[in-house]
Design a binder for this molecule. Structure first.
Ligand code: KG4
Ligand code: ZN
Length: 337
């Protein structure tokens, strides 16, 4: 019998609901919250209110678009964390109510594990190339920068982590200094295409092992701009594309450098990227070049699965369903998982 999962994602500023049947996406809807743009970052209180307004209509639409009946749903998967507590509470409470009303199992999902399992999402009519185990994934998002070894669908080990800021934060915070709205990452990516990546040099941090650090880069970028602005008040405007290209280049080099190291240490050549920053064109291109050079079997997610989405919660929920890993009604969200 087919297994149909309703999946809810509400960890940050996107309300997303998906329907997954036997690992295959039937619908995956995302309501973005544009309200945060002018604030330079996500405002938690506004995010949870927007989730409350969005969750019922988005769920309704996801069920209709999937072409299923509500009674076809076998379980409800939801993001338990990590994320903003108020936002998580909306999705968690909704999922609990939904499961209770239909008398079906509830499945908690770790948002980070879900980003990684993006690579196992199946799509109708599309030939799927799935990673084999062990698989190594660079998870790069607004809140996390990790190298993860995936031993099986539900068995993962973090072998590298950021000691301060995440890669997405480096994009967003440096972008904010240049006057971009939140999130700056996609805007920097776009402008970087017209810039010279060697125009300015920013030092790479020296962090031991497989860990990352991005806060030094952010500070040096800030000081660099401060000094240049003293000489030329229009420095940012006059050099925006070059600044974006140089900044993107150094962030991407740091990420790929550690991944190369991780691959040689572990011997794993089955390699992927996931999370919001995996949408970055410089990172995608750099990964393809590295994969060709090093004979990696490379997995790059479709753009729609890079940023937060419920399809990734659904695929994780599906594998947990197969193992009977269910949660009780007493479950509460976790800001830190
Ligand atoms: O995974 P995600 O949607 O949310 C978190 O779980 O954090 O990632 C959001 C992050 C933001 O920092 C955003 O600036 C970054 O992903 N991002 C990008 C690009 N698209 C999104 N960064 C660089 N280049 C992009 N094209
Ligand atoms: Zn995320």
């Amino acid at each position: 019998m087919a297994v149909t999962i309703l999946a809810i994602e509400s960890s940050c500023d996107d309300t997303s609901v998906a329907v997954i049947r036997d690992g295959c996406v039937l619908s995956n809807l995302i309501a973005n919250q544009e309200i945060h743009m002018s604030y330079g970052g996500v405002v938690p209180e506004l995010a949870s209110r927007a989730h409350q307004a969005n969750i019922v209509p988005v769920t309704n639409e996801a069920i209709i678009k999937a072409g299923i009946n509500i009674t076809d749903i076998n379980a409800v998967a939801f993001t338990r964390g990590p994320g903003l507590l108020g936002s998580l509470l909306v999705g968690t409470s909704f999922a609990k109510g939904f499961a209770l009303a239909l008398d079906i199992p509830l499945i908690e999902v770790n948002h980070l594990q879900a980003h990684v399992l993006t690579h196992f999402i199946l799509e109708k009519g599309k030939e799927s190339r799935l990673p084999s185990f062990p698989f190594m994934c660079l998870l790069v998002s607004g809140g996390h920068t990790r190298i993860i070894v995936i031993k099986s669908h539900l068995e993962m080990e973090v072998i590298g982590n950021t000691i301060d800021d995440a890669a997405g934060e480096a994009f967003d915070k440096c972008g904010k200094v240049m006057g971009f709205s939140y999130p700056a990452g996609p805007q920097i990516d776009k402008l970087a295409n017209d810039g010279n990546k060697n125009a300015f040099r920013f030092a790479k941090p020296s962090v031991k092992g497989l860990d990352f650090s991005f806060s030094g880069l952010k500070t040096s970028f800030l000081y660099f701009l401060r000094d240049r602005l003293k000489e030329d008040p229009d420095f940012i405007e006059n050099n925006k594309a070059d600044l974006c290209a140089s900044l993107q280049y150094v962030i991407v080099s740091i990420l790929i450098g550690k991944l190369v190291k991780a691959s040689s240490l572990t011997g794993i050549r089955e390699i992927g990227i996931a999370g919001g920053v995996s949408a970055n064109s410089g990172l995608r291109k750099g990964m393809k070049e590295e994969a060709d050079k090093r004979n990696w079997n490379l997995f790059i997610p479709e753009f729609r699965y890079t940023t937060d989405n419920a399809a990734m919660i659904g695929i994780t929920g599906y594998y947990k369903y197969l193992k009977g890993e269910f949660s009780g009604q007493e479950i509460t969200p976790l800001a830190r998982y």
